[in-house]
Structure formats: structure tokens, C-alpha cells
Design a protein around this ligand. Structure first.
Ligand SMILES: NC(=O)c1ccc[n+]([C@@H]2O[C@H](COP(=O)([O-])OP(=O)(O)OC[C@H]3O[C@@H](n4cnc5c(N)ncnc54)[C@H](OP(=O)(O)O)[C@@H]3O)[C@@H](O)[C@H]2O)c1
Length: 278
């Protein structure tokens, strides 16, 4: 039986995709924090499963990778959709800026960590909700937004980091047959998970009026996920394929971000190990 893992699958577009894969006969694991939403999803049948995890923590992501890899040697679809808006800058227990941790680092750990099971599938695909080239440049000297933090801007910045993650991923695993799709769905009426000040909450209310339904967002992205698909990387904006230009800059930036992330994780592991030794 084919398997799909959907982070952020307890709500919004992730939930819509999870239900679609259930209809297609997949075993579907949704990952989120809210046990009630998870239980509601599981009521859809025995192929519907919920895993509770806070993906803003490095250890939880690694644990999830291990858990999935042990139980599902073959993984057909990985959807990376968990996000949480924060009005003010917050550090996670690991010491990372929260958007950086959940919206980027988690997706880095899951993408790379699940290459083994994905490589064994016939037509593996990863869907990551990045910026699809629509967001501004990377703040290289301030990746975790210590200066001038802005909640909406922080999400856009993480979108850009995910574009670079996609570019780097397909370069690193060109021979593994894993397609990587970056999707900017446009404005979609979802739970808009997060904490908002009154002004931003009013703007979100407006988005609820003008946004498209989840079903439309799902219908726009599905054709790019379904096999056959030859390209390693596809960027999609509201159902249209868009180029990531300039290519050379994306490649350089993707490698740079990869190296910085590996270095950051190595320093995090070193700190954690020293703390454990006392
Ligand atoms: N909606 C839009 O207009 C829009 C526009 C552009 C891009 N996107 C992108 O599309 C993707 C899906 O967005 P959406 O609007 O459909 O989502 P959403 O309705 O806001 O739901 C967010 C999901 O993330 C999960 N989540 C939040 N914090 C988490 C944590 N710490 N650990 C694990 N899971 C966590 C939530 O699960 P629990 O509640 O169970 O914790 C929920 O399932 C996101 O990447 C978003 O950036 C959306």
C-alpha cells in the first residue's frame, strides 16, 4: 500500500491533501500537535493515522524520521505543511527563532532524513510549501531575524529558505528519482494557525473573505504531484509552473544555506552533548 506523510496534515491545505490521498487508497500519516484534530482525522478509517509531534524541536523531527523509517521502508509522498505565525519573535527550547525552526529547519531535517524510504518508492515526491520565488532575498547576516522581526515577513523569509532547500535537495539526490515540488498556493482559507495582534487579525479576516477554498488549492497542486513527472524540481504558483531565476544565484545560495544549516546543527548537537555531560 502506498504511504503519504503530511506535516500540518491536521488542518488547512495539509488536511485537504491528506484526505485526498486517503480517498486514493494510501495509508496517510498526519503530523501535528492537536490530539483532537488528530483523532478526528483518524476517524476516517484505519488507513488514517495521526502522530503527535511539535516539529519546532530538532529532537522531535529526528525522532519522527526514525519512527517513520522503522515502520515504513517505502514512502511515496512527503508533504511539508506545518507552520505557525508569531507576531513577536520567539526562541524555541532549542534556542532557534520559531519560524526558522518550524517552517525551515524541520523541513530540512525531514526532507534529508527521509531520503532512504522515499528513494525506495516507484514515483516519490516531496511537496514543500515554499515561496516559489515570490518572496524577498535571504537575510544572510540575520537568518534568524534578530533585527526588525515582523511576523508575516518571517514567514516569507522562511518561504525563501525552503525554495533554497528544494534547489539543494534535488542537486544532492539527483540520482534518487525523488521529485521536489515547491508550492505557493496564493491566499487560501485555512486555520491560519498562529497568534495575531488586532491589526494583523483584521487583515487575516480579510484574507478569509478573498481567499480560495482548500479544495481549490488542493486541485491546483495535485497535477504537479502525480506521476509521471520527470523534472527534479518544480516551482508552482497557484497552479502555474514558475521559473526560479536567476538559476546560478539560486544554486549558489542553496549550497550556502545548506552549509550554514549543517554547521548550525553541528553546533547545536555539540552544545546539547556538552549540556548532557554536565
Ligand atoms: N493559507 C494560505 O493562505 C497560505 C498562503 C501561502 C502559503 N501557505 C502555506 O501552506 C502551508 C499550509 O498552510 P495552511 O494555511 O493550510 O495551514 P494552517 O491551516 O495554518 O495549519 C497549520 C498546520 O501546522 C500544524 N502545526 C502548527 N505548529 C506546529 C508545530 N509546532 N508542530 C507540528 N505541527 C504544527 C498545525 O497542526 P496542529 O494544529 O495539530 O498543531 C496545522 O495542521 C504552510 O506552509 C503555509 O505557509 C498558506
Amino acid at each position: 500500500m502506498a504511504t503519504a506523510v503530511v506535516t500540518g496534515g491536521t488542518d488547512g491545505i495539509g488536511r485537504g491533501l491528506a484526505e485526498e490521498y486517503l480517498r486514493r487508497g494510501f495509508e496517510v500519516l498526519v503530523v501535528g500537535r492537536d490530539g483532537r484534530k488528530g483523532a478526528a482525522f483518524e476517524r476516517a478509517g484505519e488507513r488514517a493515522r495521526f502522530i503527535g509531534a511539535d516539529l519546532s524541536g530538532v529532537a522531535e523531527n529526528r525522532h519522527l524520521v526514525e519512527w517513520i523509517s522503522q515502520r515504513y521502508p517505502v514512502l511515496d509522498v512527503l508533504v511539508l505543511g506545518a507552520r505557525y505565525h508569531r507576531q513577536t519573535r520567539l526562541l524555541t527550547a532549542d534556542g532557534f527563532e520559531s519560524n526558522f525552526a518550524l517552517f525551515y529547519l524541520s523541513r530540512f531535517l525531514l526532507s534529508h532524513g527521509l531520503v532512504g524510504p522515499l528513494s525506495r518508492a516507484e514515483h516519490p515526491v516531496v511537496l514543500n510549501f515554499g515561496g516559489a520565488g515570490q518572496t524577498g532575498p535571504v537575510r544572510w547576516n540575520d537568518l534568524q531575524l534578530e533585527r526588525d522581526y515582523h511576523g508575516v515577513g518571517a514567514m516569507g523569509h522562511a518561504g525563501r529558505l525552503n525554495d533554497l532547500l528544494g534547489v539543494d535537495f534535488v542537486g544532492a539526490y539527483a540520482d534518487n528519482g525523488i521529485r521536489y515540488v515547491l508550492n505557493h498556493p496564493g491566499v487560501v482559507v485555512t486555520s491560519f494557525a498562529g497568534e495575531y495582534d488586532p491589526v494583523t487579525a483584521a487583515q487575516v479576516d480579510q484574507l478569509r473573505v478573498i481567499g480560495k477554498p482548500v479544495a481549490s488549492a488542493v486541485a491546483q497542486i495535485l497535477p504537479f504531484l502525480d506521476p509521471p513527472g520527470r523534472e527534479g524540481l518544480t516551482a508552482v504558483l497557484e497552479g502555474r509552473r514558475v521559473p526560479l531565476e536567476p538559476k546560478a544565484r539560486y544554486l549558489d545560495d542553496a549550497r550556502r544555506l545548506h552549509d550554514l544549516t549543517v554547521d548550525l546543527l553541528a553546533r547545536f548537537d555539540h552544545r546539547t552533548a556538552r549540556f548532557r555531560r554536565g
